[in-house]
Design a protein around this ligand. Structure first.
Ligand code: SF4
Ligand code: SF4
Length: 175
């Protein structure tokens, strides 16, 4: 069995998608709003996955620049959930400690950690971990007074009632 097919199979298994169905029609990339910031366009990323080019895929900026808007997913004639595939690739990159866009990866991790703790986002916790990981403590401190004034920062985290179910989802997703 080739390394290439191993990577494709792993991406398919974890995402539940069938990336090999992509026939390079380009529709995903034509609809994507952030291609200007990508090193590989979405259709190119799918091709790299098909070819098993794991290093290039997991080292790419594209997987961190993707805004998960799902435009590509709705446009794909083969019903490949491209946004879900990219989310899977982000997770695989994190596991291998590959973060081409370090700040975005730090935000992604801080966001998910907070949701796993409370079942919803706690902005203060998100900011704490994001700042700690990026060491950019003072960058946007000037925004804090305005956020507080608009009640966008709560000092008291609120937890959803059935937090156990949220934790189960995270546990399942980690398998
Ligand atoms: S989900 Fe990501 S790749 Fe797809 S269209 Fe949106 S930003 Fe582009
Ligand atoms: S829209 Fe679907 S089939 Fe077309 S290039 Fe993108 S992933 Fe491949």
């Amino acid at each position: 069995m080739s390394v290439a097919s191993d990577f494709l199979k792993e991406v398919n298994r974890r995402s539940g998608e069938a990336v090999q169905l992509c026939f390079q029609c380009f529709k995903c990339s034509l609809g994507c709003p952030v291609t200007f910031a990508m090193d590989f366009l979405p259709h190119q990323l799918m091709r790299l996955v098909q070819l098993g080019r794991k290093e290039e895929v997991l080292d790419s900026h594209t997987i961190w620049v993707c805004a998960s808007c799902e435009t590509c997913t709705t446009r794909c004639p083969n019903e490949i959930d491209i946004a879900k595939v990219i989310d899977t690739l982000r997770q695989m990159a994190l596991e291998e400690e590959k973060t081409a866009e370090g700040d975005v990866a730090a935000f992604h991790k801080a966001f998910l950690d907070s949701v796993s703790h409370f079942g919803r986002l706690c902005e203060l916790e998100l900011m704490f971990w994001y700042k700690l990981r990026t060491k950019r403590f003072l960058d946007d401190l000037w925004l804090a007074p305005e956020l507080l004034k608009r009640k966008k920062l709560s000092f008291k985290p609120s937890r959803v009632e059935r937090i156990g179910e949220i934790k189960q989802i995270f546990k399942k997703a980690a398998l």
